[in-house]
Write a protein that binds this ligand. Structure first.
Ligand code: HEC
Length: 106
């Protein structure tokens, strides 16, 4: 049952993220991958295992909804060092990064 629920959940989140993710051009995807490693990596670790910021591996993301991660990326976490990225990232960019962090994209 749990396995089935997992598949349904993954399917649903892929489906939800897909329209936004499809808007991101291949060149932009390269830039976003680089940004996750360098800019996000300066706090979360280049391999996303954590540092000043919490680990962002797929297993850490699993407890969060895609929408919550997108909001965190765009708005930051007030009162913590997590900055808002909305001046640099569109909602589609944030949705792409979210799917990438969740291990749904390469
Ligand atoms: C200046 C340091 C810093 C940078 C740069 C940074 N973060 Fe964060 N981030 C944090 C901290 C610290 C937290 C933990 C906040 C808290 O205590 O709730 C966090 C939390 C998060 C969370 C929530 C994780 C969870 O388990 O609740 C996500 C998602 C996230 N960051 C994504 C990103 C992404 C994507 C980028 C790059 C676009 C980024 N962060 C760049 C410091 C940073």
């Amino acid at each position: 049952m749990r396995l089935i629920a997992g598949f349904v959940g993954l399917g649903a989140s892929l489906l939800l993220a897909w329209p936004a993710v499809a808007q991101v051009s291949p060149a932009r995807q390269d830039r976003l991958r680089e940004m996750v490693a360098q800019d996000c990596g300066s706090c979360h670790g280049m391999t996303r295992k954590g540092g000043l910021g919490s680990p962002l591996l797929a297993e850490d993301m699993a407890r969060l909804s895609s929408e919550a991660v997108i909001e965190t990326i765009l708005e930051g976490r007030p009162g913590t060092p997590m900055p808002p990225w909305k001046t640099m990232l569109s909602r589609d960019d944030a949705a792409w990064i979210t799917a990438y962090l969740m291990g749904e994209l390469k």
